[in-house]
Design a binder for this molecule. Structure first.
Ligand code: FMN
Length: 190
């Protein structure tokens, strides 16, 4: 019989995309026999992770920054992760910055570089890292943000993304997320 492992998915979101991604990862892990808790770290402060075998930490990225509560979570528990399986994922633009071989342009940062930086900062040893698209929602941006992000629309259209409703581009590839979560379930049992 497959042993039930306990998984905590701790995520930080500003615009909402990472919540949906976390829920989907949670469903896949549940289907693979994990007992899963999904927590928005902006709404609930986690005080104790001792009961969990697997910790998955996810965050949206904004102008090169993780959600501060997700960063705090990694900092607070960095020593305890050595006894656990840890996985990280980010929701981002899947940046054109990266494709052009850069790490930053106009405040937009490579999510890969940010993940590598946080791993180095806290001495983490994740078993896997996921780099997923998020949601670009112009309706949720303030005036200046909307202006600053205007350059992105033609780039998204060029990449084949269409508005799912006015001003909203959903860059999440659910198959990619599910495949990652299935592989994570396997790695967490190794
Ligand atoms: C103002 C703003 C700045 C952003 N900066 C970055 C960035 O530096 N790098 C990146 O890859 N994505 C960036 N994004 C894309 C977000 O990461 C994406 O919208 C993601 O869905 C955010 O996660 P959340 O919806 O869970 O908050 C930015 C989006 C906005 C609106």
């Amino acid at each position: 019989m497959v042993k039930t492992l306990k998984a905590l998915i701790a995520f930080g979101t500003r615009y909402g995309a990472t919540a949906g991604t976390s829920e989907e990862i949670g469903k896949i892990l549940q289907g693979k026999g994990f007992d899963v808790k999904v927590v928005n770290v902006k709404e609930e402060k986690i005080k104790d992770i001792s009961e969990y075998n697997l910790i998955v930490v996810g965050s949206g990225i904004r102008m090169g920054k993780w959600v501060s509560e997700a960063d705090d979570f990694l900092r607070n528990f960095q020593k305890e992760f050595d006894q656990k399986k840890l996985a990280l994922f980010v929701s981002s633009m899947k940046t054109f910055v990266e494709r052009e071989g850069k790490t930053e342009e106009g405040g937009i940062c490579s999510s890969r570089k940010l993940a590598e930086d946080i791993v180095a900062k806290y001495g983490l040893k994740p078993i896997t890292m996921g780099f997923f698209g998020g949601v670009i929602d112009y309706n949720k941006m303030g005036f200046f943000e909307r202006k600053a992000m205007g350059f992105l629309k033609p780039l998204l259209e060029k990449d084949g993304f269409k508005e799912i409703e006015p001003g909203v581009y959903d860059l999440r590839d659910w198959d990619e997320i599910r495949i990652w979560a299935k592989e994570l379930a396997m790695k967490a049992r190794q």
